[in-house]
Design a protein around this ligand. Sequence first.
Ligand code: FEO
Length: 386
Amino acid sequence: MKPVALNDFIYWVGGIDWDLRNFHGYMTQRGSTYNAYLIMDEKITLIDTVKYYLYDEMIERISKVVDPEKIDIIISNHVEMDHSGGLPKLLELCPNAMLITSPNGAKGLEAHYKKNWNYKVMKTGDSISLGKTTLQFILEQMVHWPDNMACYMPETKILFSNDAFGQHIATSERFDTEYPLDIIMYEAKKYYANIVLPYDKQTQKVLDAVSTLDIAMIAPSHGIIWKDHVKAIVTEYHNWAANKTKEKALIIYDTMWNSTKLIAHAIKKAFEEKNIPAQLYDLKTIHISDIMTEVLDAKYICVGSPTLNNNMLPTVAAFLTYCKGLAPKNRVGLAFGSYGWGGQSVAQVEAVLAEMGWQLLPSIKVQYVPDEPLLGTIAQQVFEKL
Ligand code: FEO
């Protein structure tokens, strides 16, 4: 349980959640970390805490640097309990510490913990001297809760960005110089797609604020610290927040007796004939949070379901509910599926795609089992509309 030095007076003292596989519905196959940062300035300062069950791990790490009771300032950049879960016990340990948070942070912490803590509220433009160094505060409202806040230390050029720029990765390595960059980037993309995506306008505001700073290091509240690839992750955030998509098709479906699967394959062929790369996702075999990572930069999203008891399949409904909540914009949608008699599913799928404001290609609906000539027609139909 060692702390990790960012420089000669700032330490990572967070917790590593090796076993985490589900973060409120988001599959975290690589686990996660909750990053807390200890600043050993004249005012000993802790930025964020950890989930409640990793409190002892955090305290053990802090204790290797300083007696935790000596902490003067605790900064709560985010109310969500993966970062604030350690606060109640920590404030029992150092009751005289100053607790700094955002205006919505004070309301949120009060609502969560029902404690009469002595909050010092900060907003964008406010700053505090820790002695030799300073922390400047930047509200990150709705990236992704109303209370999110970041702080920037000009003397070291470190941005403590909270959830923004984070990734769910459990690892003993702390820096982007020590871990495979393609995995960090993939997990940052998955994080954005599953957590930040609905808040593109708010993210653009944060990026505008960040663009005015000289940043040498981004220390997020999850995963790896950005040191050598700060520019790359900020550029990716600009692309994602701008809803930039590629000529790429996703064909997402579930199937009962393979008819919807046959249609899915025919649609894939149609896209490939148009030289548009297409990927098939059977909802029985892939998690919706992994599909969302691909949705983040895909222009064409095709969703298929047969009709079961007058409805789309529950797996398809779950994906569409999740996707609708994350609200990707400016996509081209296509609903498809097979049916026996009622045949309601395709219209139901299409209604959700329309609710998201997507441009729609004509839907494809086949009774019972499509044969080869019909599948050829389907491919042609899609091709003609593209
Ligand atoms: Fe990592 Fe929104 O908490």
